[in-house]
Design a protein around this ligand. Sequence first.
Ligand code: GDP
Length: 360
Amino acid sequence: SLTIGIVGLPNVGKSTLFNALTKNDVLAANYPFATIEPNVGVVGLPDPRLDKLAEIHSSQKIVPAAVSFVDIAGLVRGASKGQGRGNAFLANIREAAAICQVVRAFSDPNVVHVDGKVSPRDDIETINTELILADLQTLEKAVPRLQKEAKLRKERAAVAAAATAAAELLNGGTTLYAGAKDAGIEVELLRELTLLTTKPFLYVFNVDEAELGDPAFLDELRALVAPAEAIFLDAKVESELIDLPEDEARELLESIGQPEPGLHQLIRVGFRTLGLQTYLTAGPKEARAWTIPIGATAPEAAGVIHSDFQRGFIKAEIVAYDDLVAAGSMSAAKAAGKVRMEGKDYVMKDGDVVEFRFNV
Ligand code: GDP
């Protein structure tokens, strides 16, 4: 499954955040999680729509979509040259589908910063530099080989040219995720090289509680990483929230002016960054969210439940979540003409509530 790799310099709050993430059952006892390996956490995608669907259908249980995070330690300054854990982290990052950097913005003088000062801009650059250097090493080996191949096989010329252009961009200090498009580089051509900086990035700024209420400060941080998405949270508060009963957790959130835990935002933004969305099913047994790539068709969506559903697909009975809730029940939605029959070319929308018709 698709995984989000969490990276960051030492002492920025990665472990605090990751531990809170994998205990993520605050405000939502319904969101189960499982830990496969110590550094991998599978967490439920918070989705209040499932609670509502379960209510409408008297469902016995709720099954949210899952998002996996992997805590990748060892990415420090000089890592690409073998410092720290050396290149061990590279394999971990290569396997991740997106990269989430935790950036320290909190100022606690009791927590040592590896570079002696708190500077989100410098920390982001340090991590980017290591990833860029790792990609440049890959390209240094690949480009001469690709150029040889291009002489023998015409179709390899485009790959060789893309690799050369990528090296040029990286040498200028820009990641492929941030700059490939503007430089006219087709990253699809580079897929075989599994370059690290082609992966989508997102950023978690670990801020002080007081900073959460300072929009101007948050905007400054956001500007450092745009157009990548930024999430702001206080990892210490997040780890406290986890251990509080629901009503107290809600009170704490209110006291710091937050509508929901930062972790929920992180999970949602992470999910979206992976290019994923959900559709919903509901019945007496369960209300459930199913994960599909953005752009998936109805038969592809059916295939996520069971391959037989895709093979024998006839049509999908679909109602938009908002229409169903407005109507109050499936039969009322039908009576109001809100339930559509869609065929095999239908492109799924997030929040479609679906029942598939298929031949067995
Ligand atoms: P890691 O090395 O990035 O995994 O960082 P840790 O999660 O181990 O955190 C390093 C230290 O910073 C620990 O003492 C944490 O308690 C502390 N810490 C983490 N997040 C915060 C925060 O948001 N505010 C403050 N003041 N301290 C934090």
